[in-house]
Each structure stands twice: as C-alpha cells, then as structure tokens.
Design a protein around this ligand. Structure first.
Ligand code: CP
Ligand code: NVA
Length: 286
C-alpha cells in the first residue's frame, strides 16, 4: 500500500493483517517504535475530535512526532500549489494524513508521489473509521466472514467506507436511506426495519455531515432513519449498535442506545488509535 485514499488499495490479507496488528497494539500500546524520531504531518481542513486525538496519541506511542497543521498554517491558503506543498512535505515527514472536502485534492496530492498519503476523512470516504469499525466488529463476534451490518441513515462517506472495506473481509453491508440520500452502488433497502432483519450490527452516523448545507431538509427527510431500541430489537438477537461519532442523541440515535448495553460505540472511538497505528505500519512498510 503506497497510499490510503479509499481503502480499496487494500486486499483482504492486508485488511486482516491491519486488524491483527491493531489487536496487538491494543494489548501492547508501545509495541512499535517505527516512527522513532520521525514526523507525520496531519492536515485538518475540517474540525475533528477523534481523528486528531487518536492519531496524535498513536503516533507518539510509536515514537514519532505528530505535526498537526491547520489550513491557515500553510501557504496553500495563499495560493501555493498542492504539488509544491507535497514536494516540501516529502522532504521532511514520513507520511501525511489529510482531512478535507474534495477527494480529488487528496488524489492529486498522492499522485505527486512524494510521500505516503492517508485519508483522515473526505466528502467521499472515511477509511480510517471503517478499519476501527471492523476491529470493533471482530472483537464483538470473533470473526467477520458472514456478518451482516446494516447502516441506517445518510448514504455518506462513512457508509461508503464500510461498504468498501467490509466487502474485503466478507461483511455484508446493507444501507438503508431515503431517496435522495442513498449511496450509489450499495445494496440499499429503503425500509429500516426490513434492512436490519438478521443484522448483527446496526450502524448510524450524523444526518448532516461537515460541508452539508441542506440541514433542515435532511432533518425532515432522514427523520425515520434513526437507531432506537425498537429498531435494534428488529435486528438479529445480540445485535450491537455502532456510531462513528460525533452523535446527536434524539436525532440519528436515541440516548438509550448511545449509552446502553448493546452499543460498542465508545470501543469504536478507542479502536481508532489501535487500527490507525497498524495502518501506519502497513503504509510505511513495517
Ligand atoms: N469519527 C470521527 O472521525 O470523529 P472526528 O470527526 O471527531 O474526528
Ligand atoms: N459523515 C460525517 C462523519 C464525521 C466523523 C462527516 O463527514 O461530517
């Protein structure tokens, strides 16, 4: 793997390798000093809690320096090209993570081939989240092959990454969204109750993602696409609830599910760090 832009760069064996290493990191957080005296740049053009905190702590645990860069810090905002920015980053840091709007921006940065590039969330994809989600699923059920995960809500970046990465390791991902908010190319079942039948995991995300402008319309159209105890009861016995966070209790998820017995949501948030450390090993050729 030279870059992680969508997750499609990874084969089944690489995903499973990352999950194995992530489990090892969870048991032994200081288990690698791959990044000793090296820096990893983290460029955030959108806000972040989990991604920033988990990458910063994870990189430090691997002996490295996380160089967090906000857009205003870079000459990019004064018109310096991505091409030139990539050339300079490549002379100083081991890899660069980017959170931005446009997937094309990330692809162009990677195409310069100056250093490994990884996606920390774009409009289209969130592969680091999906790796942590697969780790969480495997912890809950022991193996991934044959599991069914139903994503309920906006067919967005998080849903797409679950489809891309889930399909690598035998997880059937069904997406339940209303017309206008469905994910192209995904198995879609419009009715959430029908969609969750037989699912071992029921997943949701915010109705309004960073950069979305049709806030009120989304709240209206997506109103029936929330996870609550009733919907969970329509899934497989023992089904778990997942959410990438940040959550809006009372909108896409009920408070009783978010803090209840069946959620693995806070484990998902923790697993970001373990999965990303393993991803960095994979990216940097440990
Ligand atoms: N789940 C996730 O990526 O959270 P942040 O936006 O807080 O990084
Ligand atoms: N779909 C959300 C995910 C946040 C982690 C967004 O892009 O804002």
């Amino acid at each position: 793997m030279n870059h992680l832009l969508t997750g499609d760069e990874l084969g089944r064996d690489e995903v499973l390798w990352i999950l194995d290493r992530a489990e090892a990191f969870k048991r032994e957080p200081l288990g690698s000093d791959l990044l000793a005296r090296r820096s990893v740049a983290l460029i955030f053009q959108k806000p972040s809690t989990r991604t920033r905190v988990s990458f910063e702590s994870g990189i430090v645990e691997m002996g490295g320096h996380p160089m967090v860069i906000r857009p205003d810090d870079l000459q990019l905002q004064r018109g310096e090209s991505l091409r030139d920015t990539a050339r300079v980053l490549g002379r100083h840091v081991a890899a660069v993570g980017v959170r931005t709007h446009d997937d094309g921006e990330l692809r162009r940065l990677a195409a310069e081939d100056q250093l490994p590039v990884f996606n920390m969330l774009t409009q289209g994809h969130h592969p680091c989240q999906a790796l942590a989600d697969l780790l969480t699923l495997r912890e809950a059920f022991g193996e991934l092959d044959g599991l069914k995960l139903t994503y309920v809500g906006d067919g967005n970046n998080v849903a797409r990454s679950l489809v891309v990465l889930g399909s690598k390791v035998g997880v059937e991902v069904v997406v339940s969204s209303p017309p206008g908010y469905q994910l192209d190319g995904a198995t879609t079942v419009e009715d959430p109750r029908e969609a969750v039948a037989g699912a071992q995991a029921v997943y949701t995300d915010v109705w309004v993602s960073m950069g979305d402008v049709d806030t009120e319309k989304r709240r209206q159209v997506l109103a029936g696409y929330a996870i609550d105890d009733e919907l969970l009861a329509a899934a497989a016995p023992g089904a778990i609830a997942l959410h990438c966070l940040p959550a809006h209790p009372g909108e896409e998820i009920s408070e009783s599910v978010l803090y209840g017995e069946r959620q693995r949501i806070w484990d998902q948030a923790e697993n970001r760090r373990h999965a990303q450390k393993a991803m960095l090993e994979c990216l940097l050729g440990a």
